[in-house]
Ligand binder design. Structure first.
Ligand code: NDP
Length: 481
């Protein structure tokens, strides 16, 4: 069985403990690789090498650093099929999705930040005829990056690329549930000739390797994407150490549908915003609010389309819904479906585990599930399920739907379907979320600020926001004598 390795000081290394963790293929329920069970010793070693690498890396010109990132992007692109296959096996997502979305986006993350850093500038302030203030934006040293399992390489590189482009060295930990493409990235970095120690990838558990990154005094900033509970624990450790923190956390995103929308476009997109990647995208809409006059029609048309989705082997071209990432998560989703029924909900379609014949007979699959009849304040409508489960809720007025949409602790993304431009503007200003999509979903421009409000996060990633996060602004005030 293949044993993955850490990437420290530019080489692949075994963990200090010499212990390994089983890595499961969720579509078969079988262990298919093992990953290092790293701990503090591995992180300490990585920090020593990152510290050594920092002066050389930060003194390169932006163009020179960008050159390495473009090379890494080109090599991932060259190995697109292998990366997509690895992502699909590790996460359970359909292979065609990994090939068309996850891996191309990882390539784009490197390309985007390689370009962005060459366009990055800082401010100057003409104070008076003899005084000029200008802002120096310098990398701070070593950044820690911790990412989740749902979009493994996509989110891992979303953090690493801007940190490296800005001139920092990085200690990064992918989710222990999906380590494979991060390991392949370390092989690519070696091939691209990335200077040693600039990027270090440590595999292992959050409570060991992850917390060693967060608490290391020489790691000056932590960028984290994951659950709100973990984000709170990380903030509890990093904040008293005065580290810079970027937290991209959970969501319970509302989709608000008005009768004046483009119905067909809305219907197609709402199926995608509900069930793409088995609903395991932080941006998926999980609570669907529908204007009362079209509720019955939507309910019927939506259920018809959802029933037609094919749950099955992630490697098959016609699969829409792949496997749930882990047994533990599979059980959590089923718990919430059961809870929704106990709280008075009615299942319109789905609601059950799916048994797939053949290769995937022991995999973890759940039917795409649509539930109605639940109060917007009940637990399944307030807590993040993060699976192929959505609820339908009718509404009568703008005020009512806004009140319900804003009623959770989260505020990551929201979707609004309406043909009324005035309403779209009015509501966008009142929705409490970091992103509002009007008449679309998941349309991403990497220059825009990305992040959530309330318990969905702190700070923004993307575009210049990311480059600002990964640099320390210094005000230089010059008096001309
Ligand atoms: P977790 O919070 O469980 O884990 C995320 C990462 O943090 C993993 O690498 C994990 O390691 C690590 N970790 C866990 N505990 C600690 C700790 N004490 N210190 C440091 N690191 C730790 O999230 P999931 O992986 O379950 O991902 C799903 C969550 O991510 C959902 O809530 C989803 O909404 C959110 N998410 C948010 C996005 C956003 O942009 N806002 C985007 C995508 C997902 P290990 O795997 O070992 O637990």
């Amino acid at each position: 069985m293949e044993k993955l390795k850490n990437y420290i000081d530019g080489i692949l290394t075994t963990p200090y403990s010499n212990n390994y963790i089983n890595n499961y293929d969720p579509s078969t329920g079988e262990v298919f690789t093992m990953l290092p069970d790293s701990d503090k010793e591995d992180v300490d070693l990585a920090v020593q090498y990152a510290e050594k690498a920092f002066p050389g890396w930060s003194e390169l010109s932006a163009e020179e650093r960008a050159g390495f990132l473009f090379d890494i992007a080109a090599l991932i692109k060259k190995n697109l099929d292998e990366f997509a296959l690895a992502e699909s096996r590790d996460n359970g997502k359909p292979y065609h999705l990994a090939k068309s979305v996850d891996i191309p986006r990882a390539v784009k993350n490197f390309e985007f930040f390689a370009s962005a850093v060459t366009q990055f500038s800082s401010e100057s302030h003409f104070t008076s005829s003899d005084v000029l203030n200008y802002t120096l934006r310098q990398p701070f040293g070593i950044a820690g990056a911790i990412s989740p399992w749902n979009l493994p390489l996509y989110l891992f590189t979303w953090k690493i690329a801007p940190a490296l482009a800005s001139g920092n060295c990085v200690i990064a930990k992918p989710s222990e549930i999906t380590p494979l493409t991060a390991f392949m990235l370390s092989e690519i970095c070696i091939e691209a000739g990335l200077p040693r120690g600039v990027l270090n990838i440590i595999h292992g558990y959050g409570h060991k390797a992850g917390s060693a990154i967060v608490s290391h005094p020489k790691i000056k900033a932590v960028t984290f994407t994951g659950g709100t509970k973990t984000g709170r624990a990380i903030a509890g450790v990093a904040s008293p150490m005065f580290k810079k923190l970027s937290l991209e956390l959970g969501g319970k995103n509302p989709v608000m549908i008005f009768k004046d929308c483009n119905y067909e476009e809305m219907l197609e997109t709402t199926v995608k915003s509900s069930f793409t990647n088995q609903g395991e995208i932080c941006l998926c809409g999980s609570r669907i609010f529908i204007e009362k006059e079209i509720y019955d029609k939507f309910r019927k048309d939506f259920a018809e389309k959802v029933k037609a989705l094919k749950t099955g082997d992630p490697l098959k071209e016609d699969t829409d819904i792949g496997a749930i990432v882990s047994k533990q998560h599979f059980e959590k989703i089923l718990y919430y479906i059961d809870l929704a029924v106990r709280e008075g909900g009615t299942i319109i379609c789905g609601g059950n585990p799916v048994e797939i014949k053949g290769r995937c007979k022991n995999g973890w699959f759940i039917e795409p599930t649509v539930i109605e009849g639940l109060d917007h304040k009940c637990t399944p409508n307030q807590e993040e399920i993060f699976g192929p489960v959505v609820t339908l809720i009718p509404f009568e007025t703008e005020e009512e739907v806004l009140e319900m949409a804003n009623s959770t602790e989260y505020g990551l993304a929201s979707v609004l379907w309406t043909g009324d431009l005035s309403r779209a503007h009015r509501m966008s200003a009142k929705i409490k979320s970091g992103i509002v999509w009007i008449n679309c979903w998941m349309v991403r421009d990497l220059r825009t600020p990305f992040g959530g409000v309330k318990n969905s996060g702190v700070g923004r990633e993307g575009g210049l926001e990311a480059l600002r996060f990964f640099t320390e602004p210094k005000n230089v005030c010059l008096k001309i004598l």
